[in-house]
Design a protein around this ligand. Structure first.
Ligand code: TLP
Length: 347
């Protein structure tokens, strides 16, 4: 692929910076299956501390992190409450059905956000006809919600409900860093309202790979066993953990630039005829907009933008997703808006 693409398909497309690569090359390593990789251990301690949890465990992907959490909290046949557009339900290959034997109860949220009262209504009564409701999964920020941030008070209300009904809460915090920077809220503040939290290093933070699951020591002990079972026990993986430590130290504060760039994209798109978008809903680094009224299909817009050197992601026939990240500059945003103007002027 040409190095000149402006790639807005996802914040997963970032390349490690030279400074990150240098840190990786110099990392101290050991066999992590024996718990002997000092860099992995340092990363796990650091993330547990950031999230205010007893422990954390390093895994290859956000998908494995979520699936390990679901597996560790549930028994086959249990029901897990999620939002209908959530990542575990839609984008993890049906893993929870295969690996944990659970079924999802999907509730419709507002830009991915559920409130405690609708969750309360969905909790199954004690009756042998029903599956056992065991777990609630929240996503902050919410990907298909357009990078929306879960209000802290909503998370608190959901957690209190869960506690009163004997349920567990897992937070898919793949982009919790974005939520934290956007609202000026410490990640711990969010994490306190969940029994387990998964976080990713390979999205906005720019590491090439890596996620962690955090929670109580008892929970992490279960995750550790299942991580081995799922084939996620890795060896001299401090090389990758070093990239994560570097990302946490250097790439969190700059997420505000991604948020500003996303907002500029939204405001620029708002001015184009036929585009449906609400810039006030763009809270972090994800911009989702509808092109129906331009008369073009999202796939046709995607192709036309590609000819202009810009990669975007059509999420259905009518909507396109743009994600800003550390390889997208202020000038890139100007070029992207200019390219959209040309495409829609022809429509
Ligand atoms: N999301 C990817 C795709 O899978 C859709 C993207 O481009 O946004 N939770 C959330 C909220 C995510 O957005 C993702 C990745 C994951 C979990 C899974 O992470 P990975 O890709 O590391 O398995």
């Amino acid at each position: 692929m040409s190095p000149h693409w402006i790639d807005l398909r996802s914040d997963t497309v970032t390349k490690p910076t030279p400074a990150m690569r240098k840190t990786m090359a110099e990392a101290e390593v050991g066999d992590d299956v024996f718990g002997e990789d000092p860099t992995v251990n340092a990363l796990q301690e650091k993330v547990a501390q950031i999230l205010g949890k007893e422990n954390a465990i390093f895994v290859p992907s956000g998908t494995m992190a979520n699936q390990l959490a679901i597996k560790s909290h549930t028994q086959p046949g249990d029901e897990v409450i999620v939002e209908a557009t959530s990542h575990p339900y839609n984008f993890e290959g049906g893993a929870a059905a295969v690996l944990s034997g659970i079924q999802f109860n999907c509730l419709k949220g507002v830009r991915g956000i559920l409130d405690a009262s609708q969750i309360e209504e969905a909790v199954r009564p004690e009756d042998h006809h029903f599956p056992v409701t065991r777990l609630i999964c929240l996503e902050n920020t919410h990907n298909r919600g357009g990078g929306s941030v879960y209000p802290l008070e909503t998370m608190a209300a959901v957690y209190r409900l869960a506690q009163s009904r004997g349920l567990r809460v897992h937070l898919d915090g793949a982009r919790l860093w974005n939520a934290s920077v956007a609202k000026g809220t410490d990640p711990k503040e969010y994490a306190q309202w969940a029994d387990s939290v998964s976080v990713c290093l390979s999205k906005g933070l720019g590491a090439p790979i890596g996620s962690l699951v955090a929670g109580s020591q008892t929970f992490i002990d279960r995750v550790h066993r299942f991580r081995k079972m799922f084939g996620g026990g890795m060896r001299q993986v401090g090389i990758l953990a070093a990239a994560g430590i570097y990302a946490l130290d250097h790439h969190i504060d700059r997420l505000k630039e991604d948020h500003q760039n996303a907002k500029r994209l939204a405001l620029g798109l708002k001015g184009l005829k036929g585009i449906s978008i609400e810039p006030a809903h763009v809270e972090t680094n994800i911009v989702i907009f509808d092109v129906t009224a331009t008369g073009m299909a999202a796939s046709a817009v995607t192709e036309a933008m590609k000819r202009g050197g810009v990669l975007v992601h059509p999420i259905n026939k009518a909507q396109i997703r743009l994600v800003t990240h550390l390889d997208i500059s202020h000038e890139d945003v100007n070029s992207v808006l200019a390219a959209f103007e040309i495409v829609f002027a022809k429509s």
